[in-house]
Structures are given as structure tokens and as C-alpha cells.
Write a protein that binds this ligand. Structure first.
Ligand SMILES: [Zn+2]
Length: 283
């Protein structure tokens, strides 16, 4: 990753600056299919955008105000703005600052031919931290579970709630929401891709009103608790988890175009929880 590391290896003079630390590097060949290669390239391009932004902001602020922004403030500025895991974004910024620091040291040693990073990059290596790998693993586990469930029931068409409009309108600029939206999009893409391999279609359905519309009387009540409660005094239906009702609402909307009264609710609810692989602790 980065020119600094490679430069340090290529430049013999730089060895004298190195501390005596052994680093073991292992390379694994990745046999990617064309689709995965495309994804890997697009992630590298996203990482390059982070690098370019860090470099740009750092230089612009110095140019205008004579002030070098800290690593922390650049991380804060770039947080949640890219389609990469937050820790992968941080890793790019960390590499950028390592590069600056290294150049500064070299300048102090008199090697002024070394330049501070300035060039725009098209691709940059993505660093996967442990949390990001776990996250990706969970998305795969959830989608695989759902596909297995569908196959076991000879499902031909699956519907998924599409909350994008709701989120954009209601939530605005919060980082967690944006990350959630990103993860949800990734999950939906994975699910669509895996289902398609088995000839199952995944159709997005506008999620609005699905968890608030009464399955009995069809009236909408804004929900605050986990258990659904109909606000219509002459109905008062309750006793089902809001998310289960939401799922049944998505199916209802998909099949009938709008909500129906006296809707049939699922008799049995199954939770498909992903198994997360964690290293075993030493006894
Ligand atoms: Zn009702």
C-alpha cells in the first residue's frame, strides 16, 4: 500500500532510518471472477477518492490559512462520506499521514528530493480491518440464510422493503443512518445476486406505511413500541411484533398493489440469525 512503503524498500539510504523490526508479509492469490474483479476495482477507486480528498483538504487549508490539519480532523471531515467501511476510510487517512511524516523525516535528514503527497490517484489499496471483515462476513451469512430458507420452500419470487425514500426524507445527515443505508444496499445486492443464481427474483417494494398499517381495519397509526398497536378505537388490534407486521405489509402491498383489510398474518415467525465466526479464547 502506498508509495512510501515501496519507496522505503527501493531506496537503500532509507534503511538507516528504519528501526530493527521484522515484518512478515504474506501474499495470497485471489482468484476473482469478473464480477468480483469489478467490485474490487471500484472499491480501490473509492479508496483513491479518500486519499485525494485527504490530500486536497490538507493542502488547501495550509495554502489558505497556513495551518496543517491534524489526522483526527481529516478523519472527522471524511467520516461517512464514502462507500467503504469506516475503518477502511480511516486506514487511508492513516497511510496518508504516515507518508507525510516519513517525508518530513527525510527532509530533516537532508533528502529534500522527496515530495509530500500531491498526486491524484485513481486506485488505492483498500485495508480491511477486523471489524470490516466481520461486517462483510455477516452480510454474506444473512443473505445465505435467506436464500436457504427460500430454496427450502420453493419460493419463486421474494419481496424486499425499499426504505430509501423514507430514510432520505426523515433522517438527513446522520452518519449511522448513512452507514446503515449503505449496509442495507449491500445486503440487498448480495441477496439479489444469490437468489438470481437459483432463478428467484427479488423485487423491491416501497416500505412506506408497512409497519404502521393495521392488518384488520387498514388504518394507519404511527408506531412507537415494538409491539404493534392499532390506534383506531373501534378496532384496537395488537399483539404482533411491528417488524413481522411490516414484513406482512410488504407482501400485501406487493401482491395487491395496496394494503388490504383483514389481511392474513403469518402463523409462525422464524428468526434467521447469522452465525458469526469468532476466534476461540484460550482456556
Ligand atoms: Zn385496526
Amino acid at each position: 500500500m502506498g508509495r512510501c512503503k515501496n519507496n522505503a524498500v527501493k531506496e537503500p539510504k532509507a534503511h538507516s532510518l528504519e528501526q530493527a523490526v521484522d515484518v512478515l508479509v504474506e501474499k495470497f492469490p485471489l482468484h476473482l471472477n469478473p464480477e468480483q474483479t469489478l467490485l474490487a476495482r471500484s472499491l480501490q477507486m473509492e479508496a483513491a477518492k479518500v486519499w485525494n480528498a485527504a490530500c486536497n483538504i490538507h493542502r488547501t487549508i495550509y495554502g489558505r490559512y497556513g495551518y496543517w490539519l491534524s489526522e483526527g480532523s481529516i478523519k472527522a471531515l471524511l467520516k461517512g462520506k464514502y462507500g467503504l467501511h469506516s475503518q477502511s476510510v480511516q486506514a487511508v487517512v492513516e497511510t496518508y499521514f504516515e507518508c507525510c511524516e516519513r517525508t518530513r523525516e527525510l527532509h530533516l535528514q537532508g533528502h529534500t528530493e522527496w515530495k509530500y503527497p500531491y498526486r491524484r490517484k485513481r486506485f488505492f489499496t483498500v485495508t480491511w480491518k477486523k471489524a470490516a471483515i466481520t461486517h462483510k462476513h455477516i452480510l454474506h451469512a444473512i443473505s445465505a440464510n435467506a436464500v436457504r430458507w427460500c430454496l427450502g420452500r420453493s419460493v419463486k419470487t421474494a419481496y424486499i422493503g425499499n426504505p430509501e425514500e423514507v430514510r432520505e426524507r426523515d433522517c438527513g445527515r446522520h452518519h449511522n443512518q448513512r452507514m446503515g443505508q449503505w449496509a442495507l444496499g449491500k445486503l440487498r445486492d448480495l441477496l439479489a445476486y444469490k437468489l438470481k443464481r437459483h432463478g428467484i427474483e427479488l423485487i423491491p417494494v416501497d416500505e412506506r406505511g408497512t409497519s404502521g398499517t393495521c392488518p384488520v381495519c387498514g388504518e394507519y397509526t404511527r408506531q412507537t413500541g415494538r409491539v404493534y398497536r392499532c390506534g383506531n378505537a373501534s378496532c384496537g388490534f395488537t399483539g404482533i411484533h411491528r417488524d413481522v407486521l411490516g414484513a406482512s405489509g410488504i407482501l400485501d402491498k406487493a401482491q395487491h398493489g395496496s394494503f388490504t383489510r383483514g389481511r392474513k398474518l403469518p402463523g409462525k415467525v422464524e428468526y434467521l440469525r447469522p452465525q458469526v465466526l469468532a476466534p476461540k479464547r484460550a482456556a
